[in-house]
Design a protein around this ligand. Structure first.
Ligand SMILES: *[C@@H]1O[C@H](CO)[C@@H](O)[C@H](O)[C@H]1NC(C)=O
Ligand SMILES: *[C@@H]1O[C@H](CO)[C@@H](O)[C@H](O)[C@H]1NC(C)=O
Ligand SMILES: *[C@@H]1O[C@H](CO)[C@@H](O)[C@H](O)[C@H]1NC(C)=O
Ligand SMILES: *[C@@H]1O[C@H](CO)[C@@H](O)[C@H](O)[C@H]1NC(C)=O
Ligand SMILES: *[C@@H]1O[C@H](CO)[C@@H](O)[C@H](O)[C@H]1NC(C)=O
Ligand SMILES: *[C@@H]1O[C@H](CO)[C@@H](O)[C@H](O)[C@H]1NC(C)=O
Length: 563
């Protein structure tokens, strides 16, 4: 049952191929059937009825069939090319339809899981435990360096997710007594520092009284041949601390969805949902951030300065990762996408749109056009003289990062982050090349979590990806890195030559390829093979194959001893 996802997908794929054949061969018959009924022509039963209508819009099929069977293409809209009746690929917007709407229920469920977890495993309860219980308690540590914020934050959040799955407490790793990004970010008091755990370990005399040494087991996700993400039951690990290294995006934590031990898959599924079920992806990382981090006072001061004393929170955030490029087409696509997002706003006052970018010149370039229909908010750090700007003097800009992070001083990215995450209704992510980077994902995830109150009954939050057509000439193939929201859709099922897209995007980027329009690029098939997973061109996996791979593999245990 646990692997129903892959089976279902294989069944879908098989059915899909049959469907293509049927459509291609007897489209005239389809035409007759479809015009008389709004449902697909029976045969395939439940799978077809449940999974196809959203993706393969029947009206589209009908229109395409009509198009290809009439000899008057001039009557068709100019941009609708003559298509074969059955779709063998989807546009980003079509793929995004799976993410429409219903995150509220799943997200509130995950919020409760996380709250319960930290009420049991939070520092305030654990540090008061009697020695015997304390010394048998487990921890997961999240460590980050001060490199790119999105990737580094994902390391902390993956540790947090793992602590939930393993029912352990969370330690935030420090470097020389300093939290990661500690000048800009405060960490919740539900977390421990390693220093405190060491102190408590000694105080409770865990070594002498219980023979428990403070040992940390490490597992490096970036070393496919060494990681135990798929093959080991981490809930049985007895080492007091676990460090899951190099987890720079949403993927590593979700690898446990395919772990061969039911203990692990159940824990992962409870948190992330089933991998094939794109309709209900809970906002796990957003909810974790909501509990774990907040802006430092200085950063918050700057955020409030932009919003204006007593000003309304922004409605929409536009994030453009431009790598110093000032592409007109990217700007045009993003403008349309922001416009579309404003249409879903409650009627009333002028929308407030936050614009952030790694490229200040791009902000100048696009602001006048957004101002035509919205009030633009932007953090111009040169005009700000609050406390945070003094940190600037001590933190020099790293020259070699300028291309990647932009020319603004480092702390500006944190003001931008927390400012952007105040958006109440939508986050739009556009880019010169990489849409939906980890930084943009986390902004959207935190904003969505903030937008859902304790007792919400409705949420209309959307995360949108803006793609200019030239980025999609070869489909989503350019979205190569695992940190990109659309990577799991980048294979051959994404259509070439798409026009501009403004697509709903998952708040929790998928880590597997189990749902219908997901397909891997060759690079990922190779990479998964290093992890021991044989991935088909359609993205399906075989649980028996993973199991037999694991049975032949030597378990690697790496530890570090503290006390
Ligand atoms: C989690 O750990 C606590 C003790 O710290 C225990 O009481 C509880 O039953 C555990 N929950 C699960 C689901 O293992
Ligand atoms: C932890 O933080 C919360 C909220 O910030 C606060 O209400 C609570 O009193 C703090 N607990 C401890 C033990 O400091
Ligand atoms: C910006 O991107 C476009 C399209 O990819 C490219 O043609 C152009 O050379 C780039 N300009 C700069 C300054 O990098
Ligand atoms: C912004 O507006 C100006 C003036 O109307 C127009 O020339 C320009 O093309 C617009 N920019 C974009 C990106 O649409
Ligand atoms: C800014 O710094 C001054 C002096 O250190 C302090 O009094 C003030 O409270 C700070 N403002 C904020 C918002 O932290
Ligand atoms: C949510 O509902 C509960 C129970 O009805 C109530 O106690 C709580 O105060 C409400 N919280 C908010 C933020 O309205």
């Amino acid at each position: 049952m646990r692997y129903g996802g892959s089976r279902k997908k294989r069944a879908l794929v098989r059915w899909f191929l049959i469907l293509c054949a049927v459509f291609t061969c007897i489209s005239w018959l389809m035409l007759l059937t479809l015009t008389s009924d709004d449902r697909p022509p029976n045969t395939a039963g439940k799978v077809a009825v449940v999974d196809f209508p959203g993706q393969l819009e029947l009206h589209d099929v009908e229109r395409d069939v009509v198009l290809s069977s009439t000899e008057t293409p001039k009557q068709a809209p100019a941009k609708a090319p003559k298509k074969t009746p059955a779709k063998s690929c989807a546009t980003v917007e079509e793929m995004g339809k799976a993410f429409k709407g219903r995150i509220l229920k799943e997200t509130l469920a995950v919020r409760r899981i996380i709250q319960r977890h930290f009420s049991i495993n939070g520092a305030s309860r654990i540090r008061e435990l009697p020695p015997e219980q304390f010394c048998s308690h487990g921890f997961v540590i999240g460590k980050a360096s001060e490199a790119g914020f999105g990737n580094e934050m994902y390391k902390i959040l993956t540790a947090a997710a793992l602590s939930v799955m393993l029912n352990r407490s969370l330690i935030i790793g420090q470097t020389r007594g300093k939290y990661p990004f500690g000048d800009y970010i405060l960490y919740s008091n539900v977390t421990f520092t390693l220093r405190e755990v060491k102190h408590l370990w000694r105080k409770n005399d865990c070594v002498k009284k219980y023979g428990r040494h403070l040992v940390m087991r490490t597992d490096d996700f970036e070393k496919p041949t060494k990681t135990n993400a798929l093959c080991s039951n981490w809930r049985k690990w007895h080492q007091p601390i676990i460090w899951y290294q190099a987890t720079t995006d949403a993927v590593a934590a979700q690898f446990f969805l395919k772990n061969i031990h039911p203990d692990m898959t159940n824990a992962a599924t409870e948190l992330f949902g089933k991998p094939e079920n794109l309709q209900s992806r809970p906002n796990v990382f957003g909810e974790l951030m909501r509990i774990l981090i907040s802006p430092s006072r200085d950063v918050e001061e700057a955020v409030n300065w932009v919003i204006g004393g007593g000003g309304r929170d922004p409605d929409i955030t536009l994030h453009m990762r431009m790598l110093m490029n000032r592409s007109l087409r990217a700007a045009q696509a993003a403008l349309n996408c922001v416009r579309r997002a404003t249409r879903n706003l409650p009627q009333g006052s002028k929308p407030r749109v936050v614009v952030i970018s790694d490229s200040p010149s791009f902000v100048k370039f696009i602001t006048p056009n957004i101002s035509e229909f919205a009030e633009v908010l932007h953090f111009d750090y040169k005009l700000f003289s609050g406390n945070v700007s003094h940190i600037m003097k001590s933190s020099s800009t790293l020259e070699f990062r300028v291309k990647d992070w932009g020319p603004a001083p480092r702390w500006v990215a944190f003001v931008d982050f927390f400012l952007a995450a105040r958006a109440k209704h939508a986050v739009v992510s556009g880019a010169h090349r990489r849409v939906g980077t980890t930084y943009a994902q986390l902004i959207a995830a935190l904003a969505a979590a903030n937008s859902i109150g304790e007792n919400s009954t409705a949420s209309s939050f959307s995360f949108l990806s803006s793609f200019q057509g030239n980025l999609l000439a070869e489909g989503l193939k350019l979205q190569i890195g695992w940190g990109h929201a659309w990577n799991r859709f980048a294979g051959p099922l994404s259509c070439r030559g798409q026009p501009n897209q403004c697509a709903l995007t998952p708040l929790l980027p998928p880590a597997w390829w189990d749902s219908l329009w997901q397909s891997p690029i060759p690079r990922d098939i190779n990479r998964l093979e290093q992890y021991g997973v044989q991935l088909t061109g359609f993205g399906t996996t075989d649980e028996n194959q993973i199991r037999s791979f694991c049975s032949t593999r030597k378990t690697i245990v790496k530890t570090i001893s503290y006390i």
